[in-house]
Design a protein around this ligand. Sequence first.
Ligand code: HAX
Length: 423
Amino acid sequence: MTIIFEKLTKKIELWRNEAKEILQKDGNKILSEVTVAQAYGGMRGVRALICDTSRVPQDQGLIIRGTHLNQLVNKTPEEIFYLLLTGELPAKEELSEFSFEIKKRKHVPGYVWDVLKAMPKDSHPMAMLGTAILVMQNESEFSREYEKGIKKEDYWKYTLEDALNIVAKIPAIAAGIYRLRFNKGEIILPDPDMDWTGDYVHMLGIDSRGNEFNDLMRLYLVAHCDHEGGNVSALTTQTINSALSDLYYSLSGGFSGLAGPLHGLANQESLKWILEIIEKYGGAPTYEQLKEITWNTLNSGKVIPGYGHAVLRVTDPRFEAFLDFGKKHFPDDPIFLTVTRIFEVVPEELKKVEKIKNPWPNVDAASGSMLYHYGLTEFSYYTVVFAVSRSLGLSAQAVVNRAMLNPIIRPKSITTKYIQELS
Ligand code: HAX
């Protein structure tokens, strides 16, 4: 048995006992009341889900398994995946075995490329990613073993196999999508010796400029890994998974949610907005020009992409991490300058719009400009990079949910008439 299986076997026994005790002792405690406004308002703030991989306090931002993102920005995605799964950062030996587990599963079946090549030339890269994951469903260890008949207590083991397989292959799939969709030449095959980030950069075929682009991608892949359980992609993935659909079905569904402009596509929208501004004003805009464009955007009924959040009420620490990176490596880049100026202007303007609860930037306000600086200029691709990172959190959540023997997700809906008759 590998270290990760052994470690999780022990942990899961503890987690199950902990949950049993909680349920016996506090099963009837009230977590949340649901108002009519919340039922009509996207269930915002309703506490009805358990997610232990990460949490997002509104005044702090992402905390992964008890450690704030600020303390994790120098880690690798492999370390973070281990942390998400087990609740602990790996020791040296654990990390090297876990990294090897991922490296040995990198190969992408040939039919994935056939399917991707058959898609329309103008397919959105996120549609290609979701398709690639879904078409591999026949590879699911969970579904194969479920067919044979396995005990519920062991479901997590095969979900972990699926998670490791998908996480191992997703950089190659994502890089292949980049090269196919944007005519970058032949697909570059994975290098069995490279780590997750390095191999992704290698397969994209983008010059790493020493190690700088590698460093950015490592930060990017860490920063986007998870964001608790209630966001669209997490909730979708876990809802699908709760029907005992395997991780291939669940993740492709979750990625469809991530592809929405109010969720993961906001990074594409944000850069589009920034480039439009630069083109309109012939360079990084002045503060007055930015005020003008902010109000033009708002008055035309559009959102300011990269600003606002359903949970956060402060500047997103993921945005801050990218801002620090940009200040260190390319402070004078006109796109980065525009990002920093927008940050100085937009929150003050959004504060004037009463209905907007959070005027501060989220991760998507800066992430695209970072990729653009290093030559990854095809911004419809940006959500794919987000998805590569988020595959870590979404699959870790699925393993934990299976481990905890969670039932099918099935909240109760009510009719308008029911509400009208309440009083
Ligand atoms: N620009 C303009 N209007 C905004 C706004 C923004 N950046 N943020 C919120 N609002 C508006 C909402 O559209 C809503 O208006 P209506 O009542 O007319 O529909 C109102 O303010 C209240 O919204 P809220 O309660 O502050 O925010 P929500 O929880 O409803 O929505 C969103 C959160 C992130 C969807 C929202 O802030 C938004 O659309 N932001 C821009 C898109 C974006 O950056 N999305 C990425 C979020 C992070 C993420 O998930 N990344 O993957």
